[in-house]
Design a protein around this ligand. Structure first.
Ligand code: HEM
Length: 415
């Protein structure tokens, strides 16, 4: 790995995020060692005339990411959760961009819809859908696994949870989810500046989630939207707009995270044949540990952001009220103070308290169990029904947020 000069570590430039992962990890290693809480200039503008007006603090060590995540009083989510400044995020991403007391209220309503019985049903759906989908593609013998499998699986699963049955609307959700997390990628530059890419995707997802919320309110069924429509917390229900925003958050939070987790899983296991062999020796006994290590090694989301509400000290730096504070999970998961040999991919690692689902605290991922379940189901089918799967060079998404795989050419022997 090349050494990276400090002046080259420019987290604010898109160019940095187009570099190979190893180079970016080396940059974060240097920041952790020499400048663990460092100041960076404002990121590149999201649209002409719309300045990303402020610089930000980059928090790179495991202990600091946890500390900030668990202190929502001093570090608010309500001013935005990305390094980039998108306007009016709360109407799109619901309680992800709220503080207490609203956050607890909204999350509480949704939480009561995610009861153990409902989660079990969703997990069964995931297993069925994974089998069905692999059955559809296994005869092909080759193709882009992202298009054929990794995009489709969460897309179908979560469209199913939303009760979206028509294939065109389902495809619209899948495409919208991909576009939502890809605002800086050249694939979408024909739509416009990054801000327009994001807003266009959000608008299209929102039209569908608004419609579904309305349909289920007038005609309840036995599905997730209906459960949320009917759910209450401390006597309060969600309005139709709030439900639509929550499901827009869900589409964004659930689809691409699991999609990229699956793609990283297949690529990383091929790159580490010894670990793959170890997994196959006792698949059911080792798959849980494998998924945890995959999430540590290649976290699908690289950051979330907070904004300081008062003057606070962190890692020897004076942070001022109003400053943006960015939590780099990608870096925390490779922190040598938290993990032995952090750059080694070791499916037997124990304990493995990675921060791929956040650093704890009130915003900790609501779907961590389902995300793990999807990734496991996919690994199980791939390792049993596509045994000689051979993947080529992945095409990576350009993003400072989503650690994503756009396409992945692959071959396997048809069943
Ligand atoms: C491997 C897959 C996934 C990863 C890596 C992931 C990661 C994350 C992270 C890092 C956060 C923010 C944590 C924080 O700020 O402390 C988050 C929040 C969230 N995730 Fe996930 N997620 C995944 C899958 C899912 C799925 C499948 C769902 C839905 C079923 C989901 C729903 C949510 C929601 C609703 C939030 C917001 C929670 C809040 O603000 O209170 N996620 N996720």
């Amino acid at each position: 790995v090349s050494t990276v000069e400090k002046h080259e570590v420019d987290l604010s430039s898109i160019e940095f995020w187009a570099r190979p992962l190893d180079e970016r990890l080396e940059a974060f290693r240097q920041l952790r060692a020499h400048d663990p809480v460092s100041w960076h200039r404002a990121p590149e503008p999201l649209a002409p005339g719309l300045e990303n007006s402020k610089g930000f603090w980059a928090v790179t060590r495991y202990a600091h990411v946890r500390e900030v995540s668990r202190n929502p009083q001093d570090f608010s989510s309500a001013e935005g959760v990305f390094l980039d400044d998108f306007p009016q995020l709360d109407t799109i991403l619901s309680f992800l961009v709220m503080d207490d007391p609203r956050h607890t209220q909204m999350r509480g309503i949704v939480h009561s819809a995610f009861s153990p019985g409902h989660i079990r049903r969703m997990e069964e759906d995931i297993v069925q859908e994974t089998r069905r989908l692999v059955g559809e593609i296994v005869e092909r013998g080759e193709g882009d696994l992202c298009e054929l499998f990794f995009k489709q699986l969460p897309g179908r699963v979560f469209a199913g949870f939303l009760g979206v049955e028509e294939p065109e609307r389902r495809e619209a959700l899948i495409e919208g989810a991909e576009q939502l997390g890809a605002w800086a990628d050249p694939t979408y530059s024909h739509i416009g500046a990054p801000l327009e890419v994001f807003q266009d995707a959000a608008r299209r997802i929102m039209a569908i989630t608004m419609d579904q919320a309305g349909r289920r309110r007038s005609q309840p069924r036995d599905d997730l939207v209906t459960w949320v429509v009917q759910a209450e917390f401390e006597g309060e229900k969600m309005s139709e707009e709030e439900i639509a925003a929550f499901f827009t958050l869900l589409v964004g939070a659930a689809n691409d995270t699991t999609r990229h987790a699956m793609a990283h899983a297949v690529v990383t296991l091929q790159e580490h044949p010894d670990q793959r062999a170890l997994l196959l020796e006792d698949f059911e006994g080792r798959v849980d540990g494998t998924v945890e290590e995959l999430l540590r090694f290649k976290p699908p989301l690289m950051h979330f952001r907070r904004t300081a509400t008062s003057d606070v000290e962190l890692g020897g730096q004076e942070i001022h009220a109003g400053d943006k504070v960015v939590l780099w999970y990608l870096s925390a998961n490779r922190d040598e103070d938290a993990f032995e040999n952090p750059d080694e991919f070791d499916i037997m690692r124990d304990p493995n308290r990675h921060l791929a689902f956040g650093g704890g605290g009130p915003h900790y991922c609501l779907g961590s169990a389902l995300g793990r379940h999807v990734t496991k189901a996919a690994l199980r089918e791939v390792t049993t029904r596509m045994r000689d799967l051979d993947v080529g060079e992945p095409e990576m998404l350009v993003s400072n947020f989503m650690n994503g795989v756009l396409s992945l050419p692959a071959r396997w022997t048809p069943a």
